[in-house]
Design a protein around this ligand. Structure first.
Ligand code: SAM
Length: 351
């Protein structure tokens, strides 16, 4: 069957369910991650990429067609995927530039590129050796989001040494836990992995990082790794207090989390992108203006206060009137990111 995505056409074998068992993997929900990936690559002016887990080739082909990348190394361990990558390069009339195709375990690839996009099933941690294959930029997908959000908190501890429980702001917690993990993994090989962009979408997280050398850079990144304290009774979140000032009970310490800036670049929407991708781009452009490592999830505040949720527009208007910054967040339909303290939000709810 032929699928259209972005500016590409892709042939894949017929399938019934999206699963790892597909003869060649393709998930339409990942098109959001791929839209954003081509935009990040364009913004960073990247010229060559290693796509070590290519499946149908859709990702590398879209990089070629939609950014300035003219050199793509496609690889997949699955020999059927290799046949389809070749067919799809032809289908998209890709003849110029430098195209390499290999059928290896990704960890056996020796070449180094300016940019690598690691896109495995589940956790990418077993593939972090591939950080060595990039000279500058790294994009990475993790699909084990239930682990990072704390829904599978025992696995989070076992797999990542991450202490987490499910909170109303679970995806931001997940992404910040993942970024801290990646920074620490980079530090193990004495590299600074500096976050440039990150987002959550459906079943996956995507993180973009700049790889640099230098102890000062690594120390600076590590100094931005810390904890958030969370009250499971009233959902209060704090960067410093370990006892909830409202409930007087000990709060749960979540982390390690990266508490610094997640977004260093702003992206442009494209008219042919998925609507959902453009919405994420727009929301991140807005929320990145507010320097706060968590947001407020309005339904959980209403639940704690046993009140109804006031309209989001009204809350945002009121916060602006009071001189605070406030924006919506891409992490949740019901969340706001603001520099206002919790008691102000509570007052607005009560009034
Ligand atoms: N990047 C693709 C896309 O955007 O559609 C999807 C990649 S899919 C999630 C993961 C791919 O990794 C599968 O095609 C699988 O065959 C391949 N794979 C699994 N283990 C691998 C390994 N050790 N080395 C290289 N490829 C591997």
């Amino acid at each position: 069957m032929i699928i259209k995505e972005g500016l590409a056409k892709i042939e894949i074998p017929d399938y019934n369910n999206i699963s790892k068992e597909m003869p060649v993997f393709y998930n339409p929900l990942s098109s959001i991650g791929r839209d954003i990936a081509v935009e990040v690559a364009s913004k960073l002016g990247i010229k060559n990429v290693l796509d070590p887990m290519s499946a149908s080739g859709i990702r590398g082909i879209r990089y070629y067609l939609e950014s300035n990348i003219r050199e793509v190394h496609f690889n997949d361990i699955n020999p059927i995927a290799i046949e389809y990558i070749k067919k799809n390069l032809e289908l998209n009339n890709i003849k110029e530039g430098k195209i390499i195709i290999s059928n290896l375990d990704a960890r056996a690839i020796e070449q180094k590129y300016e940019y690598i996009d690691i896109d495995p099933f589940g956790s990418a941690t077993p593939y972090l050796y591939l950080i060595n294959n990039t000279s500058k930029y790294l994009a990475i997908t993790y699909t084990d989001t239930a682990v990072w959000t704390g829904e599978k908190h025992r696995k989070a501890y076992i797999r990542y040494n991450f202490n987490v429980i499910k909170t109303p702001i679970k995806h931001e917690i997940g992404v910040r836990g993942l970024v801290a993990h990646l920074i620490n993994k980079g530090a193990e090989i004495e590299r600074a992995l500096i976050p440039i962009y990150a987002h959550s979408a459906y079943h996956y997280y995507r993180v973009y990082m700049l790889k640099r050398k230098g102890s000062n850079r690594i120390e600076k990144l590590k100094s931005q790794i810390g904890y958030l304290y969370y009250c499971p009774k009233c959902y209060y979140i704090s960067e410093s207090e370990s006892v909830c000032p409202y409930c007087k009970r000990k709060m749960f310490r979540i982390g390690p989390l990266y508490l610094g800036k997640l977004w260093a670049i702003k992206l442009d929407k494209r008219d042919y992108f998925n609507k959902q991708s453009n919405k994420i781009i727009e929301r991140i452009n807005e929320e990145s203006e507010i320097d706060k490592p968590y947001y407020y999830e309005l339904p959980s505040i209403a639940k704690a206060l046993k009140t109804n949720i006031p309209p989001m527009d009204k809350i945002m208007e009121k916060l602006k009137e009071l001189g605070y910054k406030v924006e919506r967040t891409h992490f949740s339909e019901n969340g706001i990111r603001t520099n206002a303290p919790y008691y102000i939000i509570k007052t607005i709810f009560s009034s």
